[in-house]
Ligand binder design. Structure first.
Ligand code: SAM
Ligand code: SF4
Length: 323
C-alpha cells in the first residue's frame, strides 16, 4: 500500500474536495463581503476530472476524502459521483460537510451512496440569529436534517459551531446541552479571521471557562485519531463535545490533509496563498504518470505551518476553498 509524505515527514492521507463554490446560504464570515461572484461553469472541475484527481490521490495512499464546498448538496449530479468515489479501491472513508438545509431529503440517499460520515455546520440555535447569519430562515430544516442523519446511521453526526465573540459566544452551553440527550459530537471551532479588521476570536479556553461555570466540570479527554478536534466525553451524556483551535493552538505539525478547490487548484495549506492548478494540466492532456509526479511534488512542498495568529490571511473566501 502506497503512502504519501510531505517534505517534513507528515503522513498525508486526507483529501478535502470542494465540489462547488455555490451555496444557498450567505454566511457572513464565509462569503466575500464585496458581493458574491460565482465561478463560471467551465471553471469548475467536472465530475470526471474530480474522479481522476481523487483516484490519483488514492493510488498514492490517500484513504479519506471529504466532500465540501460551497454547499455540496446544491451541485447537480452529486449522488452518482459520490457512489463512484466510494467504490474506488483503497478508499476507507467518504465524508461530507454540509449546512444541513437539504439533509432531510438527502441523508438516506447519502447513506445509500456510500457516504460514511457527515459534518453539519450549525452556529446558532436561535432563529433570528440564524437568519441574520445565513440569510435564510432554515434553522428548523437543519435541525430536522441532523435528526434524519442520525436515524439513517450517518454516525457519529458531528455538528460544527464556529464561535464568534459577541455574536453567538453566549450559546456554547446551549449547544453543549444538545450532546447530553443526543449522540452527537458538538465541535466548537475558533473563528478564523479571513478579512482585515475582524475581531471575533473567542478562544477554546474562554469556551471551556463558560462550560465549567455552567456545570460541565467532568470533561474526559478521548484519546486517539488524527482528528484536529480535542474531544471530551461527559459522564451521563449520550454525545461528546470537542474544540478545534486553529488560532490559539494550531495543529499544523500533525496536519494530514490537502485541499482541492472547485476550480481545480491544489491547496496544501488552508491559509497559504500557494496553490497549484491541476485543471489546466488535466485539460491539456497530462499523462497519469506526470499527474502523480505533480501531486507528489505539491504535497512534498506543503508549508510547515500557517501564521494566522500573526495576521496571515487567504485571498480566497472559505466558500471557494472548502473549509
Ligand atoms: N456549506 C458547507 C457548510 O457550511 O458546512 C460546507 C462548506 S463551509 C465553507 C465549511 C466550514 O467552514 C463550515 O463549517 C463553516 O462554518 C466553516 N467556516 C467558514 N468560514 C470560517 C471562518 N472564517 N472560520 C472558521 N470556520 C469557517
Ligand atoms: Fe454556505 Fe457553508 Fe459558507 Fe455558510 S459556511 S455560506 S453554508 S459555504
Amino acid at each position: 500500500m502506497a503512502e504519501l509524505y510531505d517534505g517534513i515527514g507528515r503522513h498525508i492521507n486526507y483529501l478535502r474536495v470542494a465540489v462547488t463554490d455555490r451555496c444557498n446560504f450567505r454566511c457572513q464570515y464565509c462569503m466575500p463581503s464585496d458581493g458574491v461572484q460565482w465561478l463560471e461553469h467551465d471553471d469548475i472541475l467536472s465530475y470526471e476530472e474530480l474522479v481522476r484527481i481523487i483516484s490519483a490521490f488514492v493510488s498514492l495512499g490517500v484513504d479519506k476524502v471529504r466532500i465540501t464546498g460551497g454547499e455540496p448538496l446544491v451541485r447537480k449530479g452529486l449522488l452518482p459521483f459520490l457512489r463512484e468515489i466510494a467504490c474506488i479501491p483503497g478508499i476507507k472513508e467518504v465524508g461530507l460537510t454540509t449546512n444541513g438545509s437539504l439533509l432531510t431529503e438527502y441523508a438516506p440517499l447519502l447513506k445509500q451512496a456510500g457516504v460514511t460520515r457527515i459534518n453539519v455546520s450549525l452556529d446558532t440555535l436561535q432563529r433570528e440569529r440564524f437568519i441574520k447569519l445565513t440569510g435564510q430562515d432554515n434553522l428548523s430544516q437543519v435541525l430536522a436534517g441532523i435528526k434524519k442523519s442520525q436515524e439513517v446511521g450517518l454516525t457519529p453526526v458531528k455538528i460544527n459551531m464556529v464561535v464568534m465573540k459577541g455574536f453567538n459566544s453566549d450559546e456554547i452551553v446551549d449547544m453543549a446541552k444538545l450532546a447530553i440527550n443526543n449522540p452527537y459530537q458538538i465541535r466548537f471551532i475558533e473563528y478564523m479571521p479571513f478579512r482585515a479588521g475582524e475581531n471575533y476570536l473567542f478562544t477554546a479556553e474562554e469556551m471551556k471557562q463558560q462550560l465549567v461555570a455552567a456545570g460541565f466540570t467532568n470533561l474526559i479527554p478521548q484519546m486517539g485519531g488524527s482528528n484536529p478536534a480535542k474531544i471530551y466525553s461527559m459522564p451521563g451524556s449520550q454525545g461528546s463535545i470537542g474544540f478545534i483551535t486553529p488560532v490559539s493552538q494550531h495543529f499544523c505539525s500533525s496536519c494530514n490533509r490537502i485541499r482541492l478547490t472547485p476550480d481545480g487548484y491544489l491547496k496544501p495549506c488552508l491559509l497559504s496563498n500557494v496553490e497549484y492548478s491541476l485543471r489546466e494540466q488535466l485539460r491539456s492532456g497530462i499523462s497519469d504518470h506526470d499527474l502523480l509526479e505533480n501531486i507528489k511534488n505539491v504535497v512534498w512542498n506543503k508549508p510547515k505551518q500557517h501564521y494566522l495568529a500573526k495576521g496571515q490571511k487567504s485571498d480566497r473566501g472559505m466558500s471557494r476553498i472548502g473549509g
